[in-house]
Design a protein. Structure first.
Length: 323
């Protein structure tokens, strides 16, 4: 089973790597880049939300830290974003470890409310700390195109960068699912009290997975800053972005390495196509139709697409065995 998952991930990686050959239109390539970025964010969120069942709204904090750390280091100290993204990732991990020590002890909706408060506090700090973040005006990156600056004329270069990040996320997800850590996380999700009764250190395990998730989420924040070449508090500390991570995982399937990929492929391109095709009919039309599609998917597949496929496969096997 483990080898099968790796083969699927490798096949998916091969498809992603050759996809730019067929995407000659810049608009379509941009949709592919954004789809992969959201898929990466959903993969990293799934490690916390999917495998442990903790509804985290703090991931935009790590995303914003990654974006601002690399940008500030680049603008003020001419530090390459390749190095800045690692600094941001380490900083996010440290902050995640500190915050997790106090928040993961909370149960049920209280954890979600605590992380939601943290995300909004981060937004307020970023808006009013103008000397550091530029406030609402944000920060712009100079047009200094080079590999060292992680700034490119071609969108294909950004596509391959985010593709590598997605493949790393897939590999880690497969590793988690088939490791002792993965089984411990699943045990915590089913019953934390029972898991602790048999000797599992839930606090240590939750902090470790949160720090890992924060590190990679921060890397995605740096990528976003370099791709857009402009950041402001309302774009990188945006609660809607965190909600989209959760929706992608819910639609695709929680605690499944392919769930975030499926969710991103379903939601992001559809949203972009609806926005472009229905713009002439008014600003809210595409949102209404997009919301209706989400509701339909959730009704038909409450456990996500992966859950629906598993249920269908179980029924098929049961029918086959009965015959």
């Amino acid at each position: 089973m483990r080898l099968q998952k790796y083969y699927v991930a490798m096949t998916l990686g091969f498809v992603l790597l050759i996809l730019p050959v067929f995407l000659t239109d810049k608009h379509h390539l941009n949709i592919a880049v954004m789809t992969l970025m959201y898929a990466a964010l959903a993969l990293f969120w799934n490690w916390v939300g999917g495998y442990t069942g903790q509804l985290s709204f703090a991931h935009i904090v790590f995303f914003g830290i990654g974006a601002y750390t690399s940008t500030l280091l680049f603008l003020h100290f001419n530090v390459s974003p390749w190095l800045g993204m690692l600094v941001g990732g380490i900083l996010s991990s440290v902050i995640a470890g500190f915050l997790s020590y106090w928040t993961v002890r909370l149960k049920g909706p209280f954890f979600a409310l605590a992380t939601l408060a943290l995300s909004q506090v981060s937004l307020i700090v970023a808006v009013f700390w103008k000397d550091l973040t530029g406030g609402s005006q944000g920060l712009s990156l100079p047009l200094a195109m080079s590999f060292q600056n992680m700034l490119f004329d071609s969108k294909a270069a950004y596509y391959f960068i985010i593709c590598v990040l997605v493949l790393i996320g897939l590999s880690v997800s497969v590793r988690i699912e088939n490791s002792r850590t993965g089984y411990l996380l699943k045990a915590l999700k089913l019953s934390e009290a029972a898991a602790e009764a048999v000797g599992i250190n839930s606090l240590k395990l939750k902090i470790r997975i949160m720090c890992l998730s924060a590190f990679f989420t921060s890397l995605a924040g740096t990528f976003y800053a370099q791709y857009i070449m402009y950041i402001d508090p309302y774009s990188v500390f945006n609660l809607e972005l965190n909600i989209l991570m959760i929706l992608i995982v819910m639609i695709g399937g929680q605690a499944a390495y392919l769930g975030p990929m499926i969710g991103a492929l379903l939601l992001v391109p559809v949203n972009e196509v609806l926005r472009s095709e229905l713009a002439q009919f008014g600003d809210g039309i595409h949102g209404m139709l997009y919301g209706a599609i989400l509701m339909l998917i959730i009704i038909l597949a409450p456990q996500g697409v992966i859950g629906m496929l598993r249920k269908w496969n179980t029924r098929r096997l049961s029918k086959y065995q009965s015959e």
